[in-house]
Design a protein around this ligand. Structure first.
Ligand SMILES: [Zn+2]
Length: 265
């Protein structure tokens, strides 16, 4: 059973409030390697699933699907090959979710068909989407979705997992840090730097602190769709404004189709 601590969301984080032990306790111990691998999500937009393994423990970050291109006619979803995790499921200590886009949560019902998990850790909005998804698949029994926020910690024998606020095109997005016996791993999740976000601002102070405290960040896993395109993307606030303007200009009825393909953009 993992130890989980969490505080109410919305409280401001000051550097002086951050417990030192959270960010500087990793002692380099090369007697046993820490493995980092992706079962999906590298070089593709979809089926994100990163794993961090140390001895008898595995932490999984995200569990997404990929929507097939035209050549996969008749295929609804593409999911990662879970066979390694099926063989090693006794090692799985936590599945943590960074945000609620389908390429990060869409694989959960399929994953749970082959792997028994007691708990999934997810931000509030992603939690609601996962619960709806599992209800549709009649799979709510047997798995508990635990809400996390920027103050949550998950402690296992080898790992301390924590979170930091980021801004993305969906509410409640978090980056993940994992303190391992071989140093600190930071996985940013999908993010944008948006100076006028709709919800909470990115937790720049915690990001800076993680980089500066102790031995800093040993491994940074950072991935953001279209990050190779020069220039700035518009603020999420501008998106709502644009939709509102279109509604004002439109005589009569305006149909705005929400896509089931809630995806990273
Ligand atoms: Zn996303």
């Amino acid at each position: 059973m993992n130890t989980v601590t969490t505080k109410r969301p919305g409280s401001a984080v000051r550097l002086s409030d951050l417990p030192h032990a959270d960010y500087s306790e990793h002692v380099i111990d090369h007697t046993s390697d820490t493995l980092v691998y992706a079962l999906g999500g590298l070089g593709e937009v979809g089926k994100n699933m990163y794993c961090v393994e140390h001895d008898d423990e595995i932490i999984i970050i995200d569990c997404g699907v990929l929507f097939p291109e035209d050549e996969l006619l008749g295929v609804s979803y593409v999911i990662p090959d879970y066979s390694y995790l099926v063989k090693n499921q006794s090692k799985i200590k936590a599945l943590v979710i960074t945000h609620g886009h389908e390429d990060h949560i869409g694989g959960i019902p399929f994953f749970l068909q082959s792997i028994h998990l007691k708990e999934i850790y997810a931000p509030r909005f992603a939690k609601a989407l996962i619960e709806k998804k599992l209800e549709e698949h009649r799979m709510m029994r047997g798995v508990k979705i635990i809400e996390i926020n920027g103050e949550s910690r998950i402690d296992t024998k080898h790992f301390r997992v924590g979170f930091f606020n980021t801004v993305h095109s969906i509410p409640d997005s978090y980056g993940v840090f994992i303190n391992t016996p071989n140093g600190r791993i930071v996985e940013t999740g999908d993010f944008k730097f948006d100076l006028t976000p709709v919800g909470e601002q990115s937790d720049y102070s915690k990001m800076a602190y993680m980089g500066a405290a102790g031995d800093g960040v040993t491994l940074l896993l950072s991935d953001s769709t279209n990050s190779g395109v020069p220039g700035f993307s518009i603020s999420e606030r501008a998106v709502a404004k644009a939709i509102l303007e279109q509604m004002r200009k439109t005589p009569g009825r305006m149909l705005y189709p929400p896509s089931r393909r809630t995806f990273c953009v």
